[in-house]
Design a protein around this ligand. Structure first.
Ligand SMILES: C[S@@+](CC[C@H](N)C(=O)[O-])C[C@H]1O[C@@H](n2cnc3c(N)ncnc32)[C@H](O)[C@@H]1O
Length: 405
């Protein structure tokens, strides 16, 4: 199938079938068991990833298409990955730069956010209706697009401190942008008539609310860069489009599965990546210890750790985790041995995660294609593509939908 030319509906179906056929490779999280089930069905694939060096893991973590090429002979379905995840670029670098606010005008705007906003605006322009920045924070996107709009520009966010700061920044810069404190999930939310809603990185339910409300209130246009798909109230995910809801083989997806779509550290600095890895090692070390102490080969969830853990050592981590999971630690515990066990498990888990992460972008696209199909069903003409490079933000998909007359 020529996927680049296929309809959103056909692409959604194809992703749905492909993800369904390979569920065992991506749905179970590898840290919960000693070895994933799939390693018995695909032992060669397991051997291949086990043989990768740490440097190769580092490289392939950010290059899924290169990894797919390497593993294709053991799992031929991976040949479809590049075509299935290919998308048009909606803005080129020069245009993005010309739409980015100059640093002097971008007070209080983190550098990455300034460039993301510029790229978003370049991909969406022109603006032919009153603009509403949905979940606007301090209104960085609103202020970036203001010079390109002849219509009023406003924003909604429920955090009063952000709204106040944003209005102060706009006033100081002389920008006629007005932000309002609003809960966008409220049933009685007022939307400017015929507005063009824009949303940069509104999380899960917040962007899905915009998509459904825009269709219901017949907004003229909406442009959404979605993120944090797993931040939702329902534990079982329900697609938006009629097609997906009625599709007999529609992939069952839970909130936990949705996390996979956003597990990507490509933009995190090396220091942060190393710290994340160290905590994973400690968690796996503690997991081995708790299995032995409870005499039960079963994963036990440990809550997110507090900030002070950054200065702690493995022993302190175990004491904290034991307290949280109501386990009594005996004296003495051979912390060195369990820490080494954690390091060895991490090496294994990291390699199994590599295989799982091949399905990350397809899952994200499965979600976003469903949004596109829903908007088409509601009478919109839809563009879907990337608005910036993954290095600027891995959440670089943009759905731009214009109501057909
Ligand atoms: C990830 S931030 C994105 C902010 C902004 N669009 C940006 O790119 O800088 C998500 C924003 O959603 C806002 N938010 C969360 N829940 C909300 C709600 N129910 N109503 C309105 N805003 C909400 C938060 O206060 C936060 O500013």
């Amino acid at each position: 199938m020529a996927l680049a030319l296929a309809s959103f509906s056909a692409r959604w179906q194809h992703l749905n079938d492909w993800l369904s056929a390979h569920r065992e490779l991506w749905q179970p999280a590898p840290f919960t068991g000693s070895s994933p089930e799939w390693t018995r069905r695909w032992p060669q694939l397991d051997r291949q990833v086990a043989g990768l060096s740490d440097e190769q893991c580092e490289l392939f973590e950010n290059e899924p298409v290169a990894l797919a090429h390497r593993l294709m002979s053991m799992l031929p379905a991976l040949a479809e990955l590049p075509g299935m995840t290919r998308l048009p670029e909606l803005a080129d670098d020069a245009l993005a730069q010309s739409c980015t606010l100059a640093e002097v005008r971008a007070r209080d705007m983190p550098g990455r956010k300034r460039r993301q906003s510029g790229a978003f605006v370049a991909a969406v322009r022109p603006f032919d209706a009153p603009v509403l920045d949905w979940c606007c924070g301090k209104g960085h996107l609103a202020r970036t697009l203001l010079p390109l709009s002849q219509y009023p520009v406003s924003g909604y966010d429920w955090n009063p401190a952000l709204v106040d700061d944003g209005n102060r920044l706009a006033r100081r810069a002389g920008d006629p942008v007005h932000l309002f404190c609003r809960d966008v999930m409220a049933d009685d939310l007022n939307l400017p008539a015929d507005a063009h809603a824009v949303a940069l990185h509104a999380c899960g339910d917040l962007h899905r609310r915009l998509i459904s409300q825009a269709a219901k209130r017949r907004l003229s246009r909406l442009s959404v860069a979605p993120c944090c798909f797993h931040l939702c109230s329902q534990s079982d995910y329900r697609p938006l489009s009629r097609q997906a809801r009625q599709w007999p083989g529609c992939l069952p997806v839970t909130r936990a599965d949705l996390r996979l779509a956003v597990e990507e550290t490509v933009t995190a600095p090396a220091r942060v990546r190393n710290q994340v890895r160290l905590f994973s090692q400690w968690r796996l070390g503690f997991d081995g210890l708790q299995r032995q102490l409870r005499q039960l080969d079963q994963y036990l969830p440990v809550p997110s750790h507090p900030g002070w853990m950054a200065k702690a050592d493995f022993r302190q981590f175990c004491r904290w985790a034991a307290d949280k999971t109501r386990i009594t630690l005996p004296e003495p515990v051979d912390y060195r041995a369990w820490e080494a066990y954690g390091a060895q498990r991490l090496a294994q888990v990291r390699r199994h995660e590599l295989v799982r992460h091949l399905f990350r972008r397809p899952l994200e696209l499965w979600l976003v294609m469903d949004y596109a199909v829903f908007l088409e069903e509601q009478g919109y003409e839809v563009r879907l593509g990337t608005f910036c490079d993954r290095n600027l933000t891995p959440r670089n998909l943009l759905i731009d939908a214009t109501r057909k007359h």
